[in-house]
Design a protein around this ligand. Structure first.
Ligand code: ATP
Ligand code: MG
Length: 221
């Protein structure tokens, strides 16, 4: 057994990261690997939404966003893509997805939903948001430009569920909120779409196979 395999044998917890991934980029991927390295969760799945609930329809098709996400994770066997929201179609509510995954993995395994700070701040607008912690923990990661402005209901929510240590996320299956500061990467999908529209380079902001896919299919022009 290699040292890496040994680490994996001791790892536990399934992390998931939802998003529009329009397109997936190194901000998503670096977040994913830093979380995995720091916490030794056994795997992290990207869950591309079919129909975003809080923004309009993306300009590229769901199948293309899914394809790009798959290309992006091909280099790390801890990463994979979960296509259940694509298969389900309709508006992609995280609460449905978490309930679904929870029923698949059983009641005991730790499930961690990773959210960037911007997404977390919008949580009170999500469908049945208070229910999310019944199914998973919430791991909030820093994102350049977003400060933890935890007021009113979100503040109260954090007071109720904030973990005393990150370890709690591995000891219980769900129910805790934890904040983590990661390497700041000021990359967004909107920025990549804007560069492509202006015919400027998107190199080094996202994996090369995804860049090639965008160029070949002339996306975001
Ligand atoms: P858009 O600009 O179209 O909104 P985006 O870059 O925010 O796209 P999403 O697919 O909306 O990407 O984000 C999916 C998840 O990844 C969200 O939880 C978001 O907060 C997080 N995320 C995206 N980019 C970063 C980043 N650079 N650093 C940390 N978290 C990020
Ligand atoms: Mg976003």
């Amino acid at each position: 057994m290699t040292t890496k395999d040994k680490g994996r044998a001791e790892s536990s917890g399934l992390a998931i990261m939802g998003g529009t991934f329009d397109p997936v980029h190194n901000g998503h991927l670096r977040t994913a690997v830093e979380i995995l390295d720091r916490y030794h969760y056994s795997a992290l799945k990207l869950v591309p939404c079919y129909q975003p609930v809080h923004k309009g329809w993306p300009g590229v098709s769901p199948a293309q966003r899914l394809e790009m996400a798959k290309l992006a994770v091909s280099g790390d066997d801890r990463l994979s893509v979960d296509s259940r929201e694509m298969d389900r179609q309709g508006p992609s509510y995280s609460v449905d997805t978490l309930r679904d995954i929870r029923s698949e993995i059983g009641p005991d395994e730790s499930l961690i939903m990773v959210l960037g700070m911007d997404s977390f701040l919008s949580l009170p607008t999500w469908q049945d948001w208070q229910e999310l912690v019944q199914y998973a923990h919430i791991l909030v990661v820093s994102r350049p430009g977003w400060e933890p402005d935890l007021i009113s209901e979100l503040g109260a929510f954090c007071e109720n569920y904030r973990a005393a240590s990150s370890h709690e996320l591995q000891c219980a299956p769900s129910g805790r909120v934890w904040f983590e500061t990661l390497t700041p990467l000021g990359i967004s999908s909107s920025m990549i779409r804007a560069l492509a529209r202006k015919n400027e380079s998107i190199a080094y902001l996202l994996p090369e196979p995804v860049q090639k896919y965008i160029e070949e299919h002339q996306l975001y022009r």
